[in-house]
Design a protein around this ligand. Structure first.
Ligand SMILES: [Zn+2]
Ligand SMILES: [Zn+2]
Length: 106
């Protein structure tokens, strides 16, 4: 199935935002089947809130994650992110953006 850029309306703030092909691919890779209901800014806000509350799984009824995700802090930008493996001490963990940047810069 060919992906196309979509313009969606944020459920929280009502702003229109673009769901890019790149993001759609990333979403599918995570096993998500639904389009995001919120703009990136609101998603970040929610994610930060969920991670700090410690039980972000139960607050996401629309997203049943196939894989277990672990909260981690990106070694590059210090953003809170989620990784599909348990972060080990001494091993740097990167968010998706930094991981992609590092990969392409190599
Ligand atoms: Zn929004
Ligand atoms: Zn990062």
């Amino acid at each position: 199935m060919e992906l196309q850029e979509k313009t969606l309306t944020c459920f929280d703030c009502g702003a229109a935002f673009v769901f890019s092909v790149e993001e759609q691919t990333a979403f599918q890779a995570k096993g998500y089947v639904n389009s995001p209901k919120r703009c990136p800014a609101c998603r970040e806000t929610r994610k930060a809130r969920q991670l700090s509350s410690g039980n972000f799984k139960s607050i996401q009824p629309g997203f049943r994650s196939e894989r277990k995700l672990f909260p981690a802090t990106c070694a590059q930008c210090n953003q809170v992110t989620q990784v599909p493996f348990e972060p080990r001490e001494g091993r740097p963990v990167y968010c998706r953006d930094c991981y992609n940047t590092l990969k392409t810069n190599r």
